[in-house]
Design a protein around this ligand. Structure first.
Ligand code: PLP
Length: 492
Protein backbone atom coordinates (compact mmCIF):
# COMPACT_ATOMS: atom_id res chain seq x y z
CA UNK A 1 0.00 0.00 0.00
CA UNK A 2 1.08 3.54 -0.54
CA UNK A 3 -0.25 6.28 1.78
CA UNK A 4 -3.07 7.16 -0.63
CA UNK A 5 -4.29 3.53 -0.66
CA UNK A 6 -4.09 3.60 3.12
CA UNK A 7 -6.33 6.68 3.11
CA UNK A 8 -8.79 5.07 0.69
CA UNK A 9 -9.09 1.90 2.77
CA UNK A 10 -9.19 3.95 5.94
CA UNK A 11 -12.13 5.96 4.66
CA UNK A 12 -13.97 2.77 3.80
CA UNK A 13 -13.24 1.40 7.24
CA UNK A 14 -14.42 4.59 8.94
CA UNK A 15 -17.63 4.40 6.93
CA UNK A 16 -18.20 0.81 8.05
CA UNK A 17 -17.50 1.75 11.65
CA UNK A 18 -19.97 4.62 11.39
CA UNK A 19 -22.62 2.24 10.05
CA UNK A 20 -21.77 -0.25 12.77
CA UNK A 21 -22.48 2.34 15.44
CA UNK A 22 -25.58 3.63 13.66
CA UNK A 23 -27.10 0.14 13.57
CA UNK A 24 -25.61 -1.37 16.70
CA UNK A 25 -29.03 -1.48 18.40
CA UNK A 26 -30.15 -3.98 15.76
CA UNK A 27 -27.29 -6.36 16.48
CA UNK A 28 -27.65 -9.12 19.07
CA UNK A 29 -25.36 -8.17 21.93
CA UNK A 30 -23.84 -11.62 21.91
CA UNK A 31 -23.78 -14.67 19.70
CA UNK A 32 -25.08 -18.19 20.29
CA UNK A 33 -22.71 -19.81 17.78
CA UNK A 34 -20.85 -22.90 19.04
CA UNK A 35 -17.03 -23.07 19.21
CA UNK A 36 -17.07 -25.81 16.54
CA UNK A 37 -19.14 -23.69 14.17
CA UNK A 38 -16.80 -20.76 14.75
CA UNK A 39 -13.68 -22.78 14.05
CA UNK A 40 -15.31 -24.23 10.93
CA UNK A 41 -16.05 -20.70 9.83
CA UNK A 42 -12.66 -19.16 10.60
CA UNK A 43 -10.02 -21.83 10.38
CA UNK A 44 -8.24 -21.70 7.07
CA UNK A 45 -4.74 -22.28 5.71
CA UNK A 46 -2.26 -19.41 5.82
CA UNK A 47 -2.85 -17.30 2.72
CA UNK A 48 0.23 -17.65 0.53
CA UNK A 49 -0.66 -14.80 -1.78
CA UNK A 50 -1.89 -11.35 -0.75
CA UNK A 51 -5.64 -10.92 -0.58
CA UNK A 52 -7.37 -7.69 -1.40
CA UNK A 53 -8.17 -5.50 1.56
CA UNK A 54 -11.76 -5.20 0.26
CA UNK A 55 -12.18 -8.96 0.65
CA UNK A 56 -10.62 -8.83 4.13
CA UNK A 57 -13.06 -6.13 5.17
CA UNK A 58 -15.97 -8.08 3.67
CA UNK A 59 -15.00 -11.23 5.52
CA UNK A 60 -14.47 -9.33 8.75
CA UNK A 61 -18.03 -8.04 8.59
CA UNK A 62 -19.38 -11.39 7.43
CA UNK A 63 -17.54 -13.85 9.63
CA UNK A 64 -16.16 -12.02 12.63
CA UNK A 65 -18.38 -9.14 13.67
CA UNK A 66 -21.66 -11.12 13.78
CA UNK A 67 -20.04 -13.62 16.13
CA UNK A 68 -18.61 -11.25 18.67
CA UNK A 69 -19.99 -10.19 22.00
CA UNK A 70 -20.37 -6.47 21.47
CA UNK A 71 -18.77 -4.75 24.43
CA UNK A 72 -19.59 -1.40 22.84
CA UNK A 73 -23.30 -2.24 22.60
CA UNK A 74 -25.57 0.02 24.69
CA UNK A 75 -27.22 -3.11 26.10
CA UNK A 76 -23.97 -4.73 27.22
CA UNK A 77 -24.20 -4.87 31.02
CA UNK A 78 -21.96 -7.81 31.87
CA UNK A 79 -18.77 -7.74 33.98
CA UNK A 80 -18.16 -4.01 33.85
CA UNK A 81 -19.89 -2.19 31.06
CA UNK A 82 -17.27 -0.17 29.21
CA UNK A 83 -17.08 2.19 26.26
CA UNK A 84 -14.64 2.98 23.55
CA UNK A 85 -15.63 6.57 22.84
CA UNK A 86 -15.01 8.01 19.39
CA UNK A 87 -12.02 10.19 20.35
CA UNK A 88 -10.45 7.16 22.02
CA UNK A 89 -11.02 5.00 18.94
CA UNK A 90 -9.45 7.58 16.67
CA UNK A 91 -6.54 8.00 19.06
CA UNK A 92 -5.83 4.27 18.78
CA UNK A 93 -5.52 4.72 15.04
CA UNK A 94 -2.98 7.48 15.46
CA UNK A 95 -1.14 5.55 18.17
CA UNK A 96 -0.70 2.65 15.75
CA UNK A 97 0.20 5.02 12.95
CA UNK A 98 3.01 6.56 14.97
CA UNK A 99 3.94 3.23 16.58
CA UNK A 100 5.97 4.99 19.23
CA UNK A 101 7.56 2.78 21.85
CA UNK A 102 7.41 4.70 25.14
CA UNK A 103 10.08 2.72 26.97
CA UNK A 104 12.73 5.37 27.63
CA UNK A 105 12.50 9.14 27.34
CA UNK A 106 14.85 9.37 24.36
CA UNK A 107 12.78 6.83 22.44
CA UNK A 108 9.57 8.80 22.97
CA UNK A 109 10.05 12.28 24.40
CA UNK A 110 6.57 13.76 23.92
CA UNK A 111 4.91 10.42 24.72
CA UNK A 112 6.83 10.19 28.01
CA UNK A 113 6.11 13.81 28.91
CA UNK A 114 2.43 13.37 28.06
CA UNK A 115 2.27 10.20 30.15
CA UNK A 116 3.51 12.20 33.15
CA UNK A 117 0.94 14.92 32.52
CA UNK A 118 -1.90 12.43 32.06
CA UNK A 119 -0.96 10.56 35.22
CA UNK A 120 -1.15 13.84 37.11
CA UNK A 121 -4.59 14.57 35.58
CA UNK A 122 -5.89 11.12 36.41
CA UNK A 123 -4.55 11.29 39.94
CA UNK A 124 -6.28 14.61 40.47
CA UNK A 125 -9.54 13.29 39.04
CA UNK A 126 -9.69 10.39 41.49
CA UNK A 127 -8.27 12.30 44.48
CA UNK A 128 -4.73 10.89 44.65
CA UNK A 129 -2.83 14.05 44.25
CA UNK A 130 0.04 14.67 44.47
CA UNK A 131 1.49 11.24 43.92
CA UNK A 132 5.08 10.04 43.75
CA UNK A 133 5.51 7.80 40.74
CA UNK A 134 2.96 6.50 38.31
CA UNK A 135 2.75 4.48 35.15
CA UNK A 136 0.18 3.54 32.54
CA UNK A 137 -0.22 -0.20 32.20
CA UNK A 138 -2.37 -2.66 30.34
CA UNK A 139 -4.64 -3.66 33.22
CA UNK A 140 -5.35 -3.56 36.92
CA UNK A 141 -4.22 -7.14 37.49
CA UNK A 142 -0.64 -6.35 36.53
CA UNK A 143 -0.81 -2.99 38.28
CA UNK A 144 -1.67 -4.73 41.53
CA UNK A 145 1.14 -7.20 40.97
CA UNK A 146 3.65 -4.35 40.50
CA UNK A 147 2.35 -2.49 43.55
CA UNK A 148 2.64 -5.59 45.70
CA UNK A 149 6.13 -6.23 44.36
CA UNK A 150 7.08 -2.72 45.49
CA UNK A 151 5.50 -3.47 48.89
CA UNK A 152 7.54 -6.66 49.20
CA UNK A 153 10.80 -5.08 48.06
CA UNK A 154 10.65 -2.08 50.37
CA UNK A 155 11.32 -4.52 53.24
CA UNK A 156 15.02 -3.84 53.40
CA UNK A 157 16.02 -7.14 55.01
CA UNK A 158 14.44 -9.18 52.18
CA UNK A 159 16.50 -8.99 49.08
CA UNK A 160 14.12 -11.02 46.97
CA UNK A 161 14.92 -8.98 43.90
CA UNK A 162 18.49 -10.24 43.74
CA UNK A 163 18.49 -13.34 45.91
CA UNK A 164 15.11 -14.77 45.05
CA UNK A 165 12.91 -16.64 47.45
CA UNK A 166 14.91 -19.79 47.92
CA UNK A 167 18.01 -20.91 49.76
CA UNK A 168 17.75 -18.60 52.76
CA UNK A 169 15.38 -17.67 55.53
CA UNK A 170 12.45 -15.66 54.31
CA UNK A 171 9.64 -14.87 56.72
CA UNK A 172 6.24 -16.05 55.64
CA UNK A 173 4.80 -12.97 53.99
CA UNK A 174 1.09 -12.29 54.29
CA UNK A 175 -1.27 -10.22 52.20
CA UNK A 176 -4.67 -9.30 53.65
CA UNK A 177 -7.74 -8.49 51.64
CA UNK A 178 -11.48 -8.96 51.91
CA UNK A 179 -13.40 -12.05 50.90
CA UNK A 180 -14.83 -9.86 48.10
CA UNK A 181 -11.47 -8.89 46.58
CA UNK A 182 -10.65 -9.50 42.94
CA UNK A 183 -8.76 -12.66 41.97
CA UNK A 184 -5.87 -10.50 40.74
CA UNK A 185 -4.65 -10.26 44.36
CA UNK A 186 -4.20 -14.02 44.55
CA UNK A 187 -2.65 -14.07 41.09
CA UNK A 188 -0.15 -11.46 42.23
CA UNK A 189 0.63 -13.62 45.26
CA UNK A 190 1.32 -16.53 42.90
CA UNK A 191 3.65 -14.45 40.75
CA UNK A 192 5.46 -12.90 43.72
CA UNK A 193 6.19 -16.24 45.32
CA UNK A 194 4.03 -15.30 48.31
CA UNK A 195 1.52 -18.03 47.50
CA UNK A 196 -2.27 -18.00 47.57
CA UNK A 197 -2.28 -19.66 51.02
CA UNK A 198 -0.76 -16.47 52.35
CA UNK A 199 -3.52 -14.26 51.04
CA UNK A 200 -5.65 -13.90 54.15
CA UNK A 201 -9.29 -13.32 53.26
CA UNK A 202 -10.90 -11.06 55.83
CA UNK A 203 -14.67 -11.34 56.29
CA UNK A 204 -16.86 -8.59 54.97
CA UNK A 205 -19.95 -7.11 56.62
CA UNK A 206 -23.53 -7.24 55.39
CA UNK A 207 -22.68 -4.56 52.82
CA UNK A 208 -19.72 -6.55 51.54
CA UNK A 209 -17.12 -4.22 53.11
CA UNK A 210 -14.03 -5.56 54.80
CA UNK A 211 -14.44 -5.56 58.60
CA UNK A 212 -11.47 -3.62 60.04
CA UNK A 213 -11.57 -5.36 63.45
CA UNK A 214 -11.22 -8.72 61.74
CA UNK A 215 -8.26 -7.38 59.79
CA UNK A 216 -6.51 -6.28 62.95
CA UNK A 217 -7.22 -9.61 64.64
CA UNK A 218 -5.76 -11.48 61.67
CA UNK A 219 -2.62 -9.34 61.62
CA UNK A 220 -2.10 -9.79 65.36
CA UNK A 221 -2.57 -13.52 65.14
CA UNK A 222 -0.10 -13.73 62.26
CA UNK A 223 2.49 -11.70 64.17
CA UNK A 224 2.13 -14.07 67.13
CA UNK A 225 2.71 -16.97 64.76
CA UNK A 226 5.81 -15.38 63.28
CA UNK A 227 4.34 -14.39 59.91
CA UNK A 228 5.15 -11.04 58.38
CA UNK A 229 2.36 -8.74 57.16
CA UNK A 230 3.43 -7.50 53.73
CA UNK A 231 0.43 -5.57 52.45
CA UNK A 232 -3.26 -4.97 52.82
CA UNK A 233 -5.38 -4.56 49.71
CA UNK A 234 -8.57 -2.54 50.09
CA UNK A 235 -11.10 -2.39 47.28
CA UNK A 236 -13.06 0.61 46.12
CA UNK A 237 -15.72 -0.93 43.90
CA UNK A 238 -15.69 -4.70 44.34
CA UNK A 239 -16.33 -6.84 41.32
CA UNK A 240 -19.41 -8.67 42.56
CA UNK A 241 -21.41 -5.87 44.16
CA UNK A 242 -19.49 -2.60 43.75
CA UNK A 243 -18.96 -2.25 47.51
CA UNK A 244 -16.23 -0.10 49.02
CA UNK A 245 -13.99 -1.06 51.91
CA UNK A 246 -13.59 1.42 54.81
CA UNK A 247 -10.26 2.73 53.60
CA UNK A 248 -9.70 5.22 56.43
CA UNK A 249 -10.04 2.63 59.19
CA UNK A 250 -7.97 0.15 57.22
CA UNK A 251 -5.28 2.76 56.71
CA UNK A 252 -5.08 3.37 60.49
CA UNK A 253 -4.45 -0.34 60.99
CA UNK A 254 -1.82 -0.36 58.24
CA UNK A 255 -0.05 2.53 59.93
CA UNK A 256 -0.13 0.77 63.30
CA UNK A 257 1.48 -2.33 61.84
CA UNK A 258 3.68 -0.51 59.36
CA UNK A 259 2.07 -2.33 56.46
CA UNK A 260 1.68 -1.18 52.87
CA UNK A 261 -1.86 -0.28 51.81
CA UNK A 262 -2.70 -0.91 48.18
CA UNK A 263 -6.09 0.30 46.99
CA UNK A 264 -7.74 -1.52 44.12
CA UNK A 265 -9.97 1.24 42.77
CA UNK A 266 -9.94 -0.31 39.28
CA UNK A 267 -13.69 0.06 39.06
CA UNK A 268 -14.52 2.58 41.78
CA UNK A 269 -11.86 5.26 41.23
CA UNK A 270 -13.26 7.38 38.43
CA UNK A 271 -16.76 7.61 39.90
CA UNK A 272 -15.09 10.19 42.13
CA UNK A 273 -15.60 12.55 39.22
CA UNK A 274 -19.31 12.61 40.09
CA UNK A 275 -19.67 15.26 42.81
CA UNK A 276 -22.34 13.42 44.85
CA UNK A 277 -20.21 10.29 44.90
CA UNK A 278 -17.02 12.15 45.75
CA UNK A 279 -18.66 13.65 48.83
CA UNK A 280 -19.07 10.25 50.48
CA UNK A 281 -16.11 8.55 48.87
CA UNK A 282 -13.30 6.87 50.77
CA UNK A 283 -10.01 8.74 50.63
CA UNK A 284 -7.76 7.15 48.01
CA UNK A 285 -4.96 9.38 49.28
CA UNK A 286 -4.49 6.94 52.15
CA UNK A 287 -3.11 4.24 49.85
CA UNK A 288 0.62 3.69 49.50
CA UNK A 289 -0.38 2.66 46.00
CA UNK A 290 -3.60 2.89 44.02
CA UNK A 291 -4.82 1.39 40.78
CA UNK A 292 -7.59 2.90 38.64
CA UNK A 293 -8.84 1.71 35.26
CA UNK A 294 -9.63 4.28 32.57
CA UNK A 295 -10.60 1.38 30.32
CA UNK A 296 -13.41 0.52 32.72
CA UNK A 297 -15.01 3.86 33.44
CA UNK A 298 -13.35 6.60 31.44
CA UNK A 299 -14.63 5.85 27.92
CA UNK A 300 -11.14 4.88 26.79
CA UNK A 301 -10.62 1.75 24.67
CA UNK A 302 -8.76 -1.22 26.16
CA UNK A 303 -6.07 -1.55 27.43
CA UNK A 304 -5.20 1.21 29.85
CA UNK A 305 -4.78 1.30 33.61
CA UNK A 306 -3.03 3.78 35.85
CA UNK A 307 -0.91 2.77 38.81
CA UNK A 308 0.12 5.42 41.33
CA UNK A 309 2.57 5.00 44.14
CA UNK A 310 3.25 7.60 46.83
CA UNK A 311 6.76 6.36 47.49
CA UNK A 312 8.99 7.85 44.87
CA UNK A 313 11.45 5.25 43.68
CA UNK A 314 9.62 2.24 45.12
CA UNK A 315 8.48 0.87 41.76
CA UNK A 316 11.90 1.50 40.25
CA UNK A 317 13.47 -0.23 43.25
CA UNK A 318 11.66 -3.37 42.13
CA UNK A 319 11.81 -3.04 38.37
CA UNK A 320 14.58 -0.74 37.19
CA UNK A 321 17.21 -2.69 35.31
CA UNK A 322 19.10 -0.98 32.51
CA UNK A 323 21.14 -3.07 30.08
CA UNK A 324 23.78 -1.34 28.01
CA UNK A 325 21.63 -1.23 24.89
CA UNK A 326 18.98 0.83 26.69
CA UNK A 327 21.35 3.23 28.40
CA UNK A 328 20.72 6.88 27.56
CA UNK A 329 22.07 10.16 28.78
CA UNK A 330 19.65 11.21 31.49
CA UNK A 331 18.21 14.64 30.93
CA UNK A 332 16.89 16.73 33.77
CA UNK A 333 13.21 15.96 34.37
CA UNK A 334 13.09 13.01 31.99
CA UNK A 335 11.26 9.81 32.96
CA UNK A 336 11.98 6.32 31.65
CA UNK A 337 8.67 4.52 32.05
CA UNK A 338 10.27 1.12 31.53
CA UNK A 339 11.62 1.52 35.08
CA UNK A 340 8.22 1.07 36.71
CA UNK A 341 7.11 -2.33 35.47
CA UNK A 342 8.25 -5.50 33.73
CA UNK A 343 7.15 -4.16 30.38
CA UNK A 344 9.78 -2.77 28.06
CA UNK A 345 7.97 -2.10 24.80
CA UNK A 346 5.05 0.17 25.66
CA UNK A 347 2.47 1.74 23.40
CA UNK A 348 1.65 5.45 23.54
CA UNK A 349 -1.37 4.97 25.83
CA UNK A 350 -1.23 8.52 27.12
CA UNK A 351 -2.38 9.87 23.76
CA UNK A 352 -5.77 8.22 23.89
CA UNK A 353 -6.38 9.48 27.39
CA UNK A 354 -5.32 12.95 26.31
CA UNK A 355 -7.78 12.88 23.41
CA UNK A 356 -10.61 11.49 25.51
CA UNK A 357 -10.14 13.90 28.41
CA UNK A 358 -9.75 16.92 26.11
CA UNK A 359 -12.81 15.91 24.10
CA UNK A 360 -15.14 15.52 27.08
CA UNK A 361 -13.57 17.80 29.63
CA UNK A 362 -13.78 16.88 33.27
CA UNK A 363 -17.38 18.15 33.33
CA UNK A 364 -18.43 16.05 30.36
CA UNK A 365 -16.95 12.91 31.90
CA UNK A 366 -18.64 13.63 35.23
CA UNK A 367 -21.97 14.23 33.52
CA UNK A 368 -21.89 10.93 31.66
CA UNK A 369 -20.81 8.95 34.69
CA UNK A 370 -23.55 10.69 36.67
CA UNK A 371 -26.11 9.64 34.06
CA UNK A 372 -25.08 5.97 34.41
CA UNK A 373 -25.54 6.27 38.16
CA UNK A 374 -29.00 7.76 37.64
CA UNK A 375 -30.02 4.89 35.34
CA UNK A 376 -28.69 2.32 37.80
CA UNK A 377 -30.65 3.91 40.65
CA UNK A 378 -33.78 3.86 38.53
CA UNK A 379 -33.34 0.16 37.81
CA UNK A 380 -32.59 -0.64 41.46
CA UNK A 381 -35.73 1.24 42.49
CA UNK A 382 -37.85 -0.78 40.02
CA UNK A 383 -36.52 -4.05 41.37
CA UNK A 384 -36.98 -2.98 44.97
CA UNK A 385 -40.60 -1.97 44.47
CA UNK A 386 -41.51 -4.98 42.32
CA UNK A 387 -43.20 -7.81 44.25
CA UNK A 388 -41.23 -10.52 42.45
CA UNK A 389 -37.76 -8.99 42.42
CA UNK A 390 -35.20 -7.91 44.98
CA UNK A 391 -32.22 -5.64 44.74
CA UNK A 392 -29.72 -7.85 46.51
CA UNK A 393 -26.87 -5.38 46.88
CA UNK A 394 -26.58 -1.67 46.47
CA UNK A 395 -23.54 0.17 45.25
CA UNK A 396 -22.96 3.92 44.99
CA UNK A 397 -21.72 3.21 41.48
CA UNK A 398 -23.70 2.13 38.42
CA UNK A 399 -23.93 -1.54 39.33
CA UNK A 400 -27.14 -3.31 40.32
CA UNK A 401 -27.47 -6.88 41.61
CA UNK A 402 -31.00 -8.16 41.00
CA UNK A 403 -32.59 -11.40 42.11
CA UNK A 404 -35.86 -12.77 40.89
CA UNK A 405 -37.77 -13.98 43.95
CA UNK A 406 -41.42 -14.76 43.10
CA UNK A 407 -43.76 -13.25 45.66
CA UNK A 408 -45.23 -16.67 46.46
CA UNK A 409 -41.80 -17.72 47.77
CA UNK A 410 -41.28 -14.50 49.70
CA UNK A 411 -44.54 -15.04 51.53
CA UNK A 412 -43.67 -18.54 52.73
CA UNK A 413 -40.00 -17.81 53.53
CA UNK A 414 -40.55 -16.83 57.18
CA UNK A 415 -42.73 -19.86 57.86
CA UNK A 416 -40.53 -22.65 56.52
CA UNK A 417 -37.76 -24.66 58.18
CA UNK A 418 -34.06 -24.09 57.49
CA UNK A 419 -33.95 -27.24 55.33
CA UNK A 420 -36.90 -26.02 53.29
CA UNK A 421 -35.21 -22.63 52.91
CA UNK A 422 -32.15 -24.37 51.51
CA UNK A 423 -34.38 -26.08 48.92
CA UNK A 424 -36.06 -22.79 48.03
CA UNK A 425 -32.73 -21.02 47.80
CA UNK A 426 -31.44 -23.63 45.43
CA UNK A 427 -34.61 -23.28 43.36
CA UNK A 428 -34.22 -19.48 43.25
CA UNK A 429 -30.60 -19.89 42.17
CA UNK A 430 -31.72 -22.09 39.30
CA UNK A 431 -34.48 -19.65 38.34
CA UNK A 432 -32.07 -16.74 38.25
CA UNK A 433 -29.42 -18.65 36.33
CA UNK A 434 -32.04 -19.60 33.76
CA UNK A 435 -33.38 -16.05 33.62
CA UNK A 436 -29.90 -14.72 32.89
CA UNK A 437 -29.28 -17.44 30.29
CA UNK A 438 -32.51 -16.53 28.50
CA UNK A 439 -31.79 -12.82 28.66
CA UNK A 440 -28.41 -13.40 27.08
CA UNK A 441 -29.75 -15.84 24.49
CA UNK A 442 -32.36 -13.26 23.50
CA UNK A 443 -29.58 -11.05 22.18
CA UNK A 444 -31.40 -7.96 23.48
CA UNK A 445 -29.00 -7.52 26.37
CA UNK A 446 -26.00 -9.20 27.90
CA UNK A 447 -25.45 -9.38 31.64
CA UNK A 448 -23.37 -11.52 33.99
CA UNK A 449 -23.87 -12.95 37.45
CA UNK A 450 -22.45 -13.11 40.94
CA UNK A 451 -23.05 -15.41 43.85
CA UNK A 452 -23.46 -13.37 46.99
CA UNK A 453 -25.15 -13.90 50.35
CA UNK A 454 -28.66 -13.99 48.88
CA UNK A 455 -27.45 -16.52 46.30
CA UNK A 456 -27.18 -16.24 42.53
CA UNK A 457 -27.84 -12.68 41.36
CA UNK A 458 -27.97 -11.01 37.97
CA UNK A 459 -25.42 -8.20 37.80
CA UNK A 460 -26.34 -5.22 35.65
CA UNK A 461 -23.45 -2.87 35.10
CA UNK A 462 -24.29 0.40 33.38
CA UNK A 463 -21.44 2.33 31.87
CA UNK A 464 -21.69 2.43 28.12
CA UNK A 465 -21.68 5.93 26.74
CA UNK A 466 -24.51 5.15 24.31
CA UNK A 467 -26.87 3.55 26.86
CA UNK A 468 -30.10 5.52 27.18
CA UNK A 469 -33.02 5.48 29.57
CA UNK A 470 -35.01 3.61 26.90
CA UNK A 471 -32.40 0.85 26.82
CA UNK A 472 -32.68 0.35 30.57
CA UNK A 473 -36.47 0.46 30.45
CA UNK A 474 -36.47 -2.19 27.74
CA UNK A 475 -34.07 -4.31 29.74
CA UNK A 476 -36.35 -4.10 32.76
CA UNK A 477 -39.41 -5.04 30.65
CA UNK A 478 -37.56 -7.98 29.15
CA UNK A 479 -36.41 -9.21 32.55
CA UNK A 480 -39.97 -9.15 33.90
CA UNK A 481 -41.37 -10.94 30.85
CA UNK A 482 -38.67 -13.61 30.85
CA UNK A 483 -39.00 -14.10 34.60
CA UNK A 484 -42.66 -15.10 34.20
CA UNK A 485 -41.75 -17.56 31.45
CA UNK A 486 -38.92 -19.04 33.48
CA UNK A 487 -41.05 -19.61 36.57
CA UNK A 488 -43.69 -21.35 34.43
CA UNK A 489 -41.08 -23.55 32.72
CA UNK A 490 -39.13 -24.48 35.84
CA UNK A 491 -41.40 -25.92 38.50
CA UNK A 492 -40.25 -25.94 42.08
N1 PLP B 1 -9.89 -5.23 40.32
C1 PLP B 1 -11.22 -5.23 40.22
C2 PLP B 1 -12.04 -4.76 41.38
C3 PLP B 1 -11.84 -5.69 39.06
O1 PLP B 1 -13.17 -5.75 38.99
C4 PLP B 1 -11.03 -6.11 37.98
C5 PLP B 1 -11.64 -6.56 36.72
O2 PLP B 1 -12.80 -6.52 36.50
C6 PLP B 1 -9.64 -6.09 38.12
C7 PLP B 1 -9.11 -5.65 39.30
C8 PLP B 1 -8.74 -6.56 37.02
O3 PLP B 1 -8.77 -5.63 36.01
P1 PLP B 1 -7.99 -5.87 34.61
O4 PLP B 1 -8.96 -6.63 33.79
O5 PLP B 1 -7.74 -4.49 34.12
O6 PLP B 1 -6.75 -6.63 34.90
Amino acid sequence: WDPSQFEKHGQKLLQLIREHFETIHELPVTTNISPKELFDLLDSPIPEKPRSFESTLDETWEKIIPHLTHWNHPSFHAYFSISASFPGILADLLISSLNVNAMVWKAAPAASALESVILRWLAEMVGYDPFGDGVLLNGASLATFYALAAARDQQSDLNVRTQGLTGRYIPRLRIYTSDQAHSSIEKAAIALGVGTENVVKISSDEQYRLIPDKLEEAIQLDLDLGFRPMAVVATVGTTATGSTDPVSSISEICKRYDTWLHIDAAYGGFWNLVPEIRTDAEDLQKGDSVVVNPHKCLYTPLEVTALFCHHRGALANSFRLVPEYLRTVKEDGSVDFMDFSLQLGRSFRALKLWWVIRSFGREGLAKRLGESVRLARWLAAQATSHPDFACSATSPFALVCLRYVPYSIQTVWERVTLEQRAVLRDYLDRLNAELLARLNQSGTAFASHAVIRDGYVIRISIGNIHTTEDDIKQLWDTLQKLALEVSKDIPI
